[in-house]
Design a binder for this molecule. Structure first.
Ligand code: PLP
Length: 363
């Protein structure tokens, strides 16, 4: 076993959830509530590097009360899905991009970098062992790789020990009721990320800081919060867990540029590529909230949508804020959003030719 790239020990669950119970759970799994039988764990220490890679029965961890992550929040994660393809196989969508973003997040949070091949093998091992948990139809198996500071110490410095874990949960639609368009709340009081901060990293702390704004969105009857930039409180950045796109009457598309405060979404990058291939001019440019309101009112803005792994592509119908609400187009999404969604989902499911080489078949 090399410290760089350990080989996996496979320990199958002695008493997995019974097939009939699993089938019943898969009927309506919701999102993030039902978990599979196994998990992956890989340890890292300064002395031994990455070691002790296992795919094994899913079980709780025992943590000392002084475990570093509980105090200083040194934690990062990823989110990707395994899909059942129409030929009965199983595929992942651009998992190497998740591996690379995980590496970038690790660097930002002063954590060790997991080799891409080890990240990919961890995913393959878990999906292969828990393949019976992948729902058919529109469902998928959501994979959650994460890493946390596991050293027992109090003191503000990078931990000397980490645990990398992958768990999996079968999921259905992210937004309840499979709505045709979602509504978003424009946060006045809170921002998500500032220049030099951790906005481009997928660290748990970013989400902890966004929860109050998301709760405010829910209180106002909205599905998600949309954040403006921290410096001027003027430029639209992204949603609590999704990137945002705007479609104009001339067919052009705009999305806010990555600049360290926005999460570089893999769906975002895929949508840019697909939209350009469909003939749309796509600009990565800042978009001011006043312009957003004015363009929605004049009809120059035809559609807006949010995108991310969990919800794929969701039309945004309405923006609510303390200054009042406004509707985009007819409030129910539009043709460009629908066509990009159909193509992306088609590629993920194997119904549309994968001309970009994005799909990784694992079964
Ligand atoms: C803050 C934020 N923005 C954007 C995204 C979309 O990223 P992706 O398309 O890689 O899922 C996510 C989801 O991971 C997110 O949490």
């Amino acid at each position: 076993m090399s410290a760089e790239y350990p080989s996996f020990v496979r320990q199958a669950h002695g008493a997995p959830i019974a097939a009939d119970v699993r089938q019943a759970l898969l009927e309506d799994p919701g999102f993030g509530r039902v978990f599979t039988d196994h998990m992956v764990t890989i340890h890292w220490t300064r002395e031994a590097g990455w070691h002790d890679a296992k795919v094994r029965p899913r079980a709780p961890f025992t943590l000392d009360p002084a475990t570093a992550v509980l105090h200083y929040a040194q934690e990062i994660f990823e989110g990707l899905k395994a899909y059942r393809t129409k030929d009965g196989g199983v595929a992942l969508f651009r998992p190497e991009q998740n591996a690379r973003r995980f590496q970038a997040s690790a660097e930002r949070m002063a954590m060790p970098v997991l080799p891409e091949a080890l990240f990919l093998q961890a995913i393959d091992e878990l999906v292969t062992l828990d393949a019976d948990w992948i729902p058919g139809g529109e469902g998928s198996l959501y994979l959650r790789p994460f890493m946390f500071a596991s050293e027992v110490f109090l003191g503000v410095r990078p931990s000397a020990q980490y645990l990398f874990v992958v768990i999996a949960c079968p999921v259905g639609a992210y937004f309840k009721g499979g709505k045709s368009a979602v509504s978003v709340w424009l946060s006045d009081d809170y921002t998500r990320a500032a220049a030099g901060g951790t906005g481009a990293a997928k660290c748990g702390g970013n989400y902890a800081a966004s929860l109050i704004a998301q709760a405010e969105a829910i209180d106002h009857g909205c599905d998600q919060v949309v954040f403006l930039d921290a410096a001027e409180h003027r430029w639209v950045e992204e949603l609590g867990g999704m990137n945002i796109f705007f479609v104009f009457d001339d067919g052009s598309i705009l999305t806010p540029p990555l600049g360290g405060t926005i999460l570089p979404g893999i769906t975002r990058e895929s949508v840019i590529t697909l939209a350009r291939a469909q003939g749309h001019a796509v600009r990565e440019e800042r978009y001011a909230i006043d312009q957003f309101r004015a363009d929605a009112a004049s009809g120059r803005l035809r559609e807006a949508f949010a995108c991310g792994t969990a919800a794929v592509i969701s039309a945004i119908g309405e923006i609510k804020s303390s200054d009042g609400s406004f509707t985009i187009g007819n409030g129910n999404g539009g043709e460009v959003t629908a066509s990009l969604k159909a193509e992306l989902v088609g590629i993920q499911r194997g119904d549309v030719v994968d001309s970009h080489g994005w799909v990784r078949k694992i079964i």
